[in-house]
Design a protein around this ligand. Sequence first.
Ligand code: GZL
Length: 308
Amino acid sequence: KALFAAGLLALSHSALAITVGFSQVGSESGWRTAFSEDMKAEAQKRGIDLKFSDGQQKQENQIRAVRGFIAQGVDAIIIAPVVETGWTPVLREAKRAHIPVIILDRNIKASNNLYVTRIASNFEEEGEKVGNWLMNKTGGKCNIVELQGTVGATAAIDRAKGFREAIAKYPGAKIIRSQTADFTRAKGKEVMESFLKAEDPKQICALFSHNDEMALGAIQAIKEAGLKPGKDLLVVSVDGVPDYFKAMADGDANITVELNPHLGAPAYDVVEKVLKGEGKDIPKLISTTGDVFGQDTAAAEYAKRRQQ
Ligand code: GZL
């Protein structure tokens, strides 16, 4: 009898547990892995059965994973899309299967009746905040090289846009080189090396990197070229990963705009609301944008973050 009761309990428990399929971009940056860890930890905390899929930065892997979640009949699907186009067909399949979809972080070009909401930072604002800081620091006179994020990713498209808007009114501010380094540290180093060969390094006033990971690679290249990053060549970026706070504390980088990696709680709040039938008044965009952090608080912030 006890065995039977235990079986029932287990059954009822599993019946109660929400199953969520999460299709993640990949593990290209420290920010991305912090985001993934948060999604797993928060699911664990809430007793949510999370099916996690790492897309290795390829959209076809992400779409295949979403199709798998639909076939498994998960209760909800969460997608962190690598690029903005190409999502409509698979989102329609999820809709036909009556599985709610939530978009996290980067944006997609698809009708917003195909997903419940998007939770993200305002990437354009991030680019503007970096541009404004740099113009204040340099009095609007600066030859800038730019490491762009993944081609087709709204984080890259909009950070580039916001940065350009911020520097547009300064005729002395010029972007003299711009190239994608796919948000990774290795490519960031590689592309920065090519910039330093193509230009007279003494003519480069600043590096604007779309994320800290690429900036950390570029800092190595700047040092190997015999220059002092953060001094001879200003370094400004986005994300706020611990290693970058260390670089700022060491004087090798100047500022970053923090990007919140803790998207688990707001995402699962939406899932739980929708599954209880309370999803109708959820806004189509839930967005927060981080603050600018600099060298003055870097050591303290680093000490706080590396323990997390
Ligand atoms: C932006 C996010 C970017 C991070 C990078 O929200 O999509 O992707 O800035 C990551 O670190 O690769």
